[in-house]
Design a protein around this ligand. Structure first.
Ligand code: NAG
Ligand code: NAG
Ligand code: NAG
Ligand code: NAG
Length: 367
């Protein structure tokens, strides 16, 4: 009888242990994660593990929303190096890196630690950040590695886009190559100087307009006093970054660089319809794209044609301009004569409602 009770208690203990370990948010260096097993953040919002896309047999390691029935991947480790079957294995190796191994135990993907750790563990935080840290030390400054430092196409609340000079990190978003190929493309979003730039094959495609301490001059409708999120651009001796936080923690929202629409979208999860709704996107229209009308011109979306030379300027090539080939822009009607102060009637003219010129070649006097 007592033996039976003992066995029963044991069985209950084992069951409970299994239940706990299935929903674990972390693993230590003696454990591993194989395809089919996952880590779940303590708040139940995010899940980390292996996933596939469409009908492909390729397997990726990444993070997605656990709470949302529509597969929504927010981070991918091996986007360009999928594993072709379900033999993948994640573990912390002898030099304390988190590694992804294939059937042959060759390394498909790995974190890149520069220092040795004593007792490392991997943990999926409530924010969706996967961190590698010492078991006894959970303070953010001491993380050995974190997925937030290596963004994919998605910016989650609390993630930074920009750079860290002390750590030599550059944080930027890269769109997937296609909806079923999470390899990073050359469609990117980053911070340069003090504004956001989307680039396509290295060329500027869109810019947000300058940060004035309150908002971004080219995004007048997205002031920080909108109802969904706060944002700011911070710049100090060590870091320059853009970051946002949600005002209501029960709202689910993300920013994604979308390769299909060639836009940066902010999406909000609609619980009722169980779908993502586009809350805002850029570029918003033809004029919002970078440099569509060339130099010294103005783009007005509800005029026809949309491109106009600024006052005092004429098309560099009238023929091309007539054919709506605007890229050469406009030149002065008359050269400036400011060297001859007496004869000069040159003057400054005020224009309103324009995005300020781009800030890549400026310096800032902090005082
Ligand atoms: C694993 O090893 C076998 C035999 O050496 C080789 O044929 C196969 O291509 C390898 N697979 C991977 C995924 O590297
Ligand atoms: C920049 O980094 C140095 C060294 O880590 C630190 O002492 C300093 O406080 C940091 N400055 C700011 C503004 O964060
Ligand atoms: C936060 O969002 C939830 C769900 O949309 C809503 O029920 C709640 O009232 C909101 N709270 C505040 C303070 O706005
Ligand atoms: C890109 O936008 C399209 C159309 O809105 C949508 O169907 C698709 O899911 C989006 N892709 C991503 C990665 O969010």
């Amino acid at each position: 009888m007592s033996v039976l009770i003992f066995v029963l208690i044991n069985a209950v203990l084992i069951l409970r242990f299994c239940a706990v370990s299935l929903a674990a948010d972390g693993i230590s260096s003696s454990q591993s994660i194989r395809d089919g097993r996952t880590l779940v953040s303590r708040n139940g919002m995010f899940e980390f593990g292996f996933f596939g896309l469409g009908n492909s047999k390729n397997r990726y390691v990444g993070i997605w929303y656990k709470k949302i029935p529509v597969q929504t991947v927010v981070w991918v480790a091996n986007g360009c190096n999928p594993i072709s079957d379900s033999s993948g294995l994640l573990m912390i190796n002898s030099i304390c890196n988190l590694v992804l191994l294939d059937r042959n135990k060759s390394i498909v993907w790995s974190t890149s630690l520069s220092k040795q750790a004593k007792k490392p563990m991997v943990q999926l935080l409530d924010s969706g950040n996967l961190v590698l840290r010492e078991e006894e030390n959970g303070s953010p400054e001491d993380y050995l590695w974190q997925s937030f430092d290596y963004p994919s196409d998605t910016l989650l609340p609390g993630m930074k886009i920009g750079w860290d000079l002390t750590k030599g990190l550059k944080w930027r978003l890269s769109a997937w190559k296609s909806w079923d190929d999470p390899c990073s493309s050359d469609f990117t979003f980053g911070i340069e100087s003090r504004e956001g730039y989307i680039r396509e094959r290295g060329e500027v495609y869109y810019r947000t307009g300058t940060w004035n301490g309150f908002g971004l001059s080219g995004s007048p409708d997205l002031k920080p006093d909108n109802l969904i999120y706060d944002y700011e651009i911070v710049s100090n001796a060590n870091q320059t970054y853009y970051m946002y936080n949600l005002k209501n923690s029960s709202v689910i929202s993300r920013v994604v660089l979308n390769q299909t629409t060639r836009t940066r979208q902010r999406l909000v999860w609609m619980e009722r319809s169980k779908s993502w709704k586009v809350f805002a996107f850029v570029p918003r229209d033809f004029c919002d794209n970078y440099g569509r009308c060339g130099a010294n011109s103005n783009c007005v979306i509800n005029e026809n044609p949309v491109c106009r030379c600024l006052r005092g300027f004429k098309p560099k090539s009238q023929e091309n301009w007539n054919l709506r080939e605007w890229s050469e822009g406009c030149v002065r009607n008359n050269p400036l004569s400011c060297h001859d102060k007496d004869k000069s009637d040159d003057d400054f003219v005020k224009f309103v409602g324009l995005k300020l010129p781009d800030t890549r070649n400026i310096w800032v006097n902090e005082s």
